[in-house]
Design a binder for this molecule. Structure first.
Ligand SMILES: Nc1ncnc2c1ncn2[C@@H]1O[C@H](COP(=O)(O)OP(=O)(O)O)[C@@H](O)[C@H]1O
Ligand SMILES: [Mg+2]
Length: 296
């Protein structure tokens, strides 16, 4: 079974999409087969991985993105996945094994106009269709918006782990706290739709600090986060072995530049060649190693 990890925090702009794209790339480099499912209506992961031109076509057509699976009989998840999603200058794929289930702006309609069968909520429709392709992957990563509305519910219901990206500030801690409360509510509401074969609902497994500036001491925010995590662990609201990753991702210009170039940092940074160097590419690699070693 694939490890299915939803990345979410109730605070936006914490670096969720950057973490997903760069972690996905590091996992592929480590020989894993990875699917990124974009459930954020802002479509940042899709635009990044496809580059603007290719994504614009999907967005303008109103087809070819995940929203279409909620229009009955149209298409299935398996038809929408873009295999080897990255495309280099001459059309070659610089990182085979990284697949994408893209989204476009019409995903927002799921929150308003959608009028599906209440007995088959969107998260159930998605989970059933994802199960068909799951054997093709080692990891399935979900980019969720900072809420648990319908789009986000798809990722959370299908996932078996939650990773919370955080910045070392009070808002990230509030976002984390709110997330754990809302997760509990969603799991209670969706319990009758779960089948035993799906395993237990996803709980927070890890927190990762992102965009840490050089010279900034994050011991205090880290300690506050650890205390909150301990409280939630005692109350059984997070996974029993939930932890803050030892690796923290530094703030680095190359992460911002990677978005413009439409590539993960591992493919553009001069620093990528040497795995022993102290740089952001190796932060992502180390974080990925921690993820691989994590017993869930
Ligand atoms: N490690 C980092 N170093 C520098 N900039 C970063 C880093 N991580 C994220 N960013 C930048 O911060 C902004 C928000 O990141 P993003 O991944 O889009 O967050 P989210 O998906 O949570 O909204 C983007 O401009 C991104 O380029
Ligand atoms: Mg994002």
């Amino acid at each position: 079974m694939a490890r299915k990890i939803a990345f979410i925090n109730y605070k936006g702009g914490v670096g969720k999409t950057s973490l997903i794209v760069n972690t996905a790339a590091a996992l592929v480099k480590a020989g894993k087969r990875v699917l990124v499912c974009d459930f954020d209506t802002q479509s940042n992961a899709s635009i990044w991985l496809l580059k603007l031109d290719r994504w614009n076509k999907i967005n303008a057509a109103g087809e070819g993105a995940v929203y279409s699976i909620f229009e009955p009989g149209k298409v299935q998840v398996r038809d929408l996945i873009i295999r080897d999603a990255l495309e280099g200058k001459s059309g070659e794929c610089p990182l085979p094994g990284l697949d994408l289930l893209p989204t476009s702006f019409n995903l927002v309609d799921l929150e308003n106009e959608y009028n599906g069968d209440p007995k088959r909520p969107p998260f159930l429709v998605f989970q059933e269709q994802l199960a068909v392709v799951e054997p093709n992957y080692d990891f399935i990563l979900f980019d969720c918006p900072p809420n648990i509305l319908r789009a986000s519910q798809c990722g959370i219901f299908a996932a078996n782990e939650i990773c919370v990206p955080a910045n070392p500030d009070a808002l990230s801690l509030i976002g984390f706290t709110l997330l754990v409360e809302k997760l509990h509510r969603f799991h209670t509401l969706s319990a009758s739709f779960r089948r035993s074969s799906m395993g237990p609902p996803a709980q927070v497994q890890s927190v990762v600090f992102n965009a840490i500036k050089t010279g900034v001491d994050i011991e205090v925010p880290k300690m506050r986060m650890q205390l909150r995590l301990n409280q939630f662990r005692a109350a059984k609201r997070v996974a029993p072995n939930a932890k803050i990753f030892q690796t923290q991702i530094r703030d680095a210009m190359v992460v911002r530049r990677a978005v413009t170039l439409g590539l993960p940092v591992v493919l553009i940074s001069q620093d990528a060649a040497d795995p022993s160097q102290d740089n952001v590419v190796n932060d992502y690699r180390r974080m990925t190693q921690e993820m691989l070693q994590q017993v869930t």
